[in-house]
Design a protein around this ligand. Structure first.
Ligand code: MLT
Length: 315
């Protein structure tokens, strides 16, 4: 439509490129890819933003993703459709309390999830996303590190179970993944006995225990392409369904049940902050330069260290 044409034109005029997360509206995912940007997870969004020649980055996702882009490219302009798009994991891990927790455990290596503020990143040793957390924690364990993990306790618990690492947890959760329910998932599986269950490790352990494949958005995409099945039940944000269905036209994807299921809302697994991103917002920020992400320059060099480590580890 007209709005998409306007965005295409403005991206060129302003020497801008757009990166979208798998959890945002399909329109924003398709437009990012079609105009030379990407749709991906937070790790690859960060890497792409750092490496791309464009001087302006449009980040369709949530606040920490824009902040990470700005930390990696302070000289670039980073714009977001809505700066109020936050994250429950970020909100649940305020820097002052987190620093106090770290101070109590100076013997532990601090590993934090990408879904955190710049200030929390600046207090950490390593950054991870769900796609590299297992490998990074395994490598740290092999070197004898004891770990302080924040903020997602479900992802942390899963990694501890897989690696046997000595991990101390911050008590955070993602409001979307925390709502998946094991009993209802088993019932849905009975209706579709041939379906394979794909689960994001931010989900509760009882739900992870029912999975045929557990992993990040990129791992879920891979499993859907590689597992020998034509039906899948997917426990992650339903924004993910767009890519899954586009890449696998012959396969059927069902949304895993959440606590809030009802006649009107079959699965309520959609992040309300991801949902704040829209075409109108993208057009508006491109046109006006509004919603520039700001990160305190004083903390950028320290916040960058754990991000650089992660990017180097996964390069
Ligand atoms: C991310 O890094 O984007 C989130 O952890 C979601 C994921 O990719 O699994």
């Amino acid at each position: 439509g007209a709005l998409k044409d306007k965005i295409r034109r403005l991206l060129k005029e302003k020497n801008a490129v757009m990166v979208s997360h798998y959890y945002v509206h399909p329109d924003l995912q398709d437009l990012a890819e079609e105009t030379g940007g990407i749709v991906s997870d937070s790790l690859e969004m960060a890497r792409f933003g750092r490496d791309h020649a464009a001087q302006t980055l449009i980040v369709s996702g949530v606040r920490f993703m824009g902040e990470t882009a700005k930390i990696l490219s302070p000289e670039k302009t980073v714009l977001m459709p809505d700066l109020d798009a936050t994250c429950s994991l970020d909100l649940g891990c305020p820097e002052d309390e987190f620093s106090a927790f770290c101070d109590q455990h100076p013997d532990r290596t601090v590993v934090v999830y990408a879904n955190t503020s710049a200030a929390v990143k600046a207090r950490s040793d390593w950054l991870v996303t769900s796609s590299c957390a297992l490998d990074i924690v395994s490598a740290l364990k092999a070197k004898g590190h004891k770990i302080l993990w924040a903020p997602d306790r479900h992802l942390g618990g899963y990694i501890q179970q897989q690696t046997g690492a000595d991990m101390l947890f911050w008590n955070g959760a993602c409001i979307v993944h925390d709502e998946f329910k094991a009993l209802e998932l088993e019932q849905l599986k009975q209706e579709h006995p041939g379906a394979k269950i794909l689960v994001h490790p931010e989900s509760p352990a009882e739900v992870v225990a029912l999975a045929d494949a557990v992993g990040s958005t990129s791992a879920i995409l891979k499993a859907a392409q590689e597992l020998d099945a034509t039906e899948f039940i997917v426990a992650t944000d339903k924004g993910m369904m767009h890519k899954l269905r586009t890449l696998n036209p012959g396969k059927t994807f069902y949304e895993a049940p959440t606590a809030g299921n009802s006649a009107t809302c079959k699965s309520c697994a959609h992040c309300p902050w991801m949902a704040m991103n829209g075409l109108a917002g993208v057009a508006h920020v491109l046109e006006t330069g509004a919603n520039a992400v700001h990160v305190d320059p004083a903390i950028i060099p320290r916040a960058r260290q754990p991000i650089d480590r992660m990017l180097a580890f996964t390069a």
